[in-house]
Design a protein. Structure first.
Lengths: 452, 374, 76
């Protein structure tokens, strides 16, 4: 998945048990966690247990899964435990009581009024429509991106101080004596993400910073998840929000996630950036629709001709990260992807996958007709350029050795493989290397007990 | 400066899976439900509420999942959701509401996720409209009637439109075929040109409509071809057709023993989607009743006669010894001994049940009929 | 009794491994366990240092890379 070093959505998995238990107190959050953070099989287990009044024996859930799908099963169980959604007691699984109640409320609509946002009960005299909100969101968001690549045109005003502070806090940009605020390597890989990931990255930075300001992270996350379940084009009343959440509105307005006509206004509109927060679908096509019309060249370097419909300076700046610009016309920019340009990008911490994803996501409709979208030769070459400088692969974890019996060694190997943590194994020496050790240690202990 | 380290670059993405369209076909025959309620204490409103929770659970899986609800009514098939465009969308119940009620509804709405609320409101409003337009006389006239064949066809045509861009799954390899590649959910398509997976759930309280045998079977084969599983939740009266439907399409067939706990059956057995089913062992009926209905009197048969040319099934030799389907003249002289005590071993073949498989019994009679009689 | 050792698994070509062994031979504080010709375990806190030294060593020997790129410039 996301391989960049910055905080991604998965970062939320590391929150503490106490925070998760409090997060689950809202139906909107329970639903969002269910949808966004669980693998398919784990969702199936949750639903199978949701309306069952009793805890379910682990054995019956195991019998529910095909024997050859152990890996998926363990992944599902592991994720459910990690997010504190299930508790295991005496060979049975039970859903966390709060999570169960709140997810049921989400499905049956039994929550308190406003648990999925409180729509305004009066007509807005200055009503705005969806296309206005889309324009507003894109403008706000792009002004941040423009600011990052350092081209502030008249059309895009400088983002607010809060945004700049956030970018500095997240090390997406840094203060430089000579040239003021400049983008960092982390910032470059941020630019190559698709919009939804970008939004989450910024919001998680926000969460991080807010904690330092003693704001309650649960309050913030509740609001973010709530925003994800609101209706685009509907105006909502602020009165059901907590003071922290009301304070957040101002910042979210700067990012283009919500729209408020005036800061004193009591109603707010979520934009598409907000309603897409808990979905897996791309919300807005990244900054604006770009076009890349690629033709595999005869040259082994491979050529890529890139056009932009809008010839926005932002897209050109992003392209400049991994391609060498050759010429620029009113509606067309040509650039060349070379070994050198790709190696340079990789030197900045950008991965080949990010470059490929970015080109795929921004391909012109003409190019989209192809399947796959990008010519395979180009994609392969970019990947090859990336790995040519890589001489080693590191995995941190634990080495297990000196097993008492061969049988024990084999059983542990199989278990490690099932739960997907096995990295390296040497049957002759009786050693294995795993990326996570807690479950393995547990397993060895249980095995030792049962053999006694 | 991790130039020498390639660790991060080895993590490749798993391909994203397609979303799922769930079509629910619900019997709405009021008399059949009333009879069922007496024996099981599960009323129609209770069943509908539980089905809507099931639908919500399906929609909760992914933002791109879709759901459609079709009523299999006494006089035909009606889409409860999405409602037909152009119909009157007003809820007939709304006129009787007091202002207090309206306020109560608005409050409830604020506590419901919009996607769930839209589906629920639409289904309930369409259902009230449907019942309002149904007269007691019409119900009494056909206590057990259902339009299973129509409902299945409607479901399949809808699936064809939503999941295959109206191409019936045939357009896959055609280059430049825009329709098969464009998709509302971000342009994902699998190799057969399908943009979404689909499954059908039939919730039935009416007996088999034997007179619809042929169209029902045709729908089943169409579903099989589109790889759309037909799940069956049979609340009352065991049914032959639906067992075969589930069996042929790889769906789940269940007859809940405790209908009050319908929701648990739905969540456990019917909810898992295409992806989850690949790794699950789902509860389903193993010994399927493969009996067929005859083409002449639409009776479900244990033993029957099969046309040697087109394999049509009859409960008695067709009139004038001409097959009513393909008009071929049949030699029925060898059938004279049917029903009499069987003496000759070869004749025994004809008694073979039609249940094993239709073609096989067809072969049996085909081998016999052309042979000149002794 | 089973032993578990915390560390970082390094996977590389035998040639690279030879360089790592050479680096370790001076201080003996990097490698925890030598597994086979292309795998070894090193200490958690030495990863960054090892990478830095390794890159320096590699750069000493590979001037070829930059030459190639200069040639490429010319044919544009």
């Amino acid at each position: 998945m996301n391989s960049q070093a910055m905080k991604s959505f998965e970062h939320l998995e590391g929150l503490s048990e106490a925070i998760f238990k409090r997060l689950y107190q809202q139906p909107a959050t329970a639903l969002a966690v269910f949808r966004r953070m669980l693998p398919n099989l784990a969702k199936t287990f949750v639903m199978a247990m949701l309306f069952n009044p009793d805890p379910v024996p682990v054995s019956s859930l195991e019998a529910f899964v095909r024997p050859d799908q152990n890996r998926l099963k363990e992944e599902a169980f592991g994720k459910l435990r990690q997010l504190y959604i299930v508790t295991e007691r005496q060979g049975t699984f039970a859903l966390d009581a709060t999570f169960k109640v709140e997810l049921r409320k989400a499905l049956t609509g039994g929550g308190s009024p406003g648990s999925f946002g409180l729509p305004c009960d009066t007509e807005d005299k200055n009503r705005v429509d969806i296309s206005f909100l889309d324009r507003y969101a894109a403008e706000q968001w792009e002004s941040i991106l423009h600011f990052m690549v350092g081209n502030e045109t008249q059309s895009s005003q400088r983002p607010s101080e809060g945004v700049v502070r956030l970018l500095l806090h997240g090390k997406l940009m840094e203060q430089n004596r000579a040239s003021g605020t400049v983008i960092t390597q982390l910032g470059f890989s941020f630019l190559l993400q698709e919009v939804n990931s970008q939004v989450w990255t910024l919001l998680l930075l926000y969460l991080d910073m807010a904690e330092q300001l003693r704001m309650d992270p649960v309050d913030i996350l509740h609001f973010l998840f709530l925003l994800g379940s609101l209706e685009l084009g509907q105006d909502y009343d602020m009165k059901s929000l907590t003071p922290t959440q009301k304070g957040m509105l101002e910042d979210l307005r700067d990012y283009g996630i919500v729209y408020q006509r005036k800061s004193s206004s009591r109603r707010f509109y979520p934009t598409r950036l907000a309603t897409g927060l808990t979905s897996e679908i791309r919300s807005l096509r990244s900054p604006a629709a770009t076009l890349a019309n690629a033709t595999p060249g005869n040259d082994e370097n491979g050529f890529l001709i890139i056009e932009t419909n809008y010839h926005s300076p932002l897209q050109i700046a992003v392209l400049n990260l991994f391609a060498r610009l050759i010429s620029r016309f009113p509606n067309l920019v040509t650039a060349r992807i070379t070994r050198e340009s790709i190696r340079q990008a990789i030197g900045k911490g950008i991965t080949a996958e990010q470059i490929i994803d970015y080109m795929t996501a921004n391909a012109h409709p003409q190019l989209r007709k192809n399947s796959p979208v990008l010519p395979p030769t180009v994609v392969d070459q970019i990947r090859l350029w990336q790995i040519e400088g890589e001489r080693m692969k590191v995995t941190s974890g634990y080495l297990f050795k000196e097993f008492a019996t061969n049988a024990e060694f084999n059983a542990v190997c199989k278990y490690a493989d099932d739960i997907g943590v096995l990295v390296w194994i040497d049957k002759n020496k009786g050693m294995l290397f795993v990326s996570k050790h807690e479950q393995i240690a547990d397993y060895i202990r249980k095995r030792a007990q049962s053999n006694r | 400066m991790d130039k020498v380290d390639g660790t991060e670059h080895y993590n490749f993405k798993a391909p994203a899976d397609l979303a799922t369209l769930q079509v629910i076909i619900l019997d709405t025959n009021p008399l059949a439900w009333a009879t069922f309620e007496k024996s099981s204490s599960l009323s129609f409103p209770a069943a509908l509420s539980q089905l809507l929770i099931f639908a919500n659970a399906h929609l909760a899986f992914s933002q791109s999942n879709r759901c459609a609800v079709i009523a299999n009514h006494i006089d035909g098939v009606h889409f409860l959701s999405p409602a037909d465009p152009g119909t009157d969308h007003r809820d007939p119940g709304e006129a009787d509401l007091t202002p207090e009620d309206l306020k109560e509804i608005a409050n409830q709405n604020a506590s419901k996720y919009r996607v769930f609320r839209l589906l629920e409101d639409e289904v309930r409003a369409s259902y009230r409209r449907l019942i309002k337009n149904t007269t007691p006389e019409a119900v009494m006239a056909c206590p057990n009637s259902s339009y299973l064949a129509g409902a299945l066809s409607a479901a399949l045509t809808y699936i064809n439109r939503i999941c295959f861009g109206g191409t019936g799954g045939r357009s896959s390899g055609v280059p430049g075929d825009e329709k098969s590649k464009v998709n509302s959910a971000g342009g994902k398509v699998d190799e057969t040109g399908r943009t979404m997976h689909a499954k059908i759930l039939v919730v039935s309280v009416t007996p088999d409509p034997a007179n619809q045998y042929i169209p029902v079977m045709n729908s089943i084969f169409a579903a099989q071809r589109l790889k759309v599983p037909i799940d069956v939740c049979k609340l009352r009266d065991s049914t032959v057709f639906l067992q075969q439907a589930a069996d042929a399409t790889g769906g789940v067939y269940m007859e809940p023993e405790h209908p009050q706990g319908l929701i648990q059956y739905l969540m456990m057995g019917f909810l898992p989607d295409h992806l989850a089913r690949q790794s699950l062992i789902l509860p389903t009926k193993v010994d399927v009743d493969f009996r067929a209905a005859c083409f002449c009197h639409k009776k479900v048969l244990d033993i029957g006669f099969v046309c040697s040319v087109c394999l049509s099934i009859f409960c008695e030799p067709p009139q004038g010894a001409v097959c009513s389907t393909c008009q071929v003249k049949l030699d029925v002289t060898s059938l004279e001994n049917i029903g009499k005590p069987v003496v000759l071993p070869p004749k025994k073949k004809k008694k073979k049940k039609a249940i094993d498989s239709l073609p096989e019994s067809g072969v049996a009679s085909a081998a016999e009929s052309p042979v000149p009689t002794e | 009794m089973v032993r578990a050792i915390k560390g970082v698994l390094v996977e590389c070509d035998p040639s690279i491994k030879a360089i790592i062994l050479d680096i370790d031979s001076k201080t003996h504080d990097i490698i925890v366990e030598n597994l086979d010709e292309s795998h070894l375990i090193i200490k958690d806190n030495k990863v960054a240092e090892l990478k830095r030294i390794l890159e320096e060593r590699l750069n000493e020997h590979t001037k070829v890379d930059s030459l190639e790129e200069e040639e490429e410039e010319e044919d544009d």
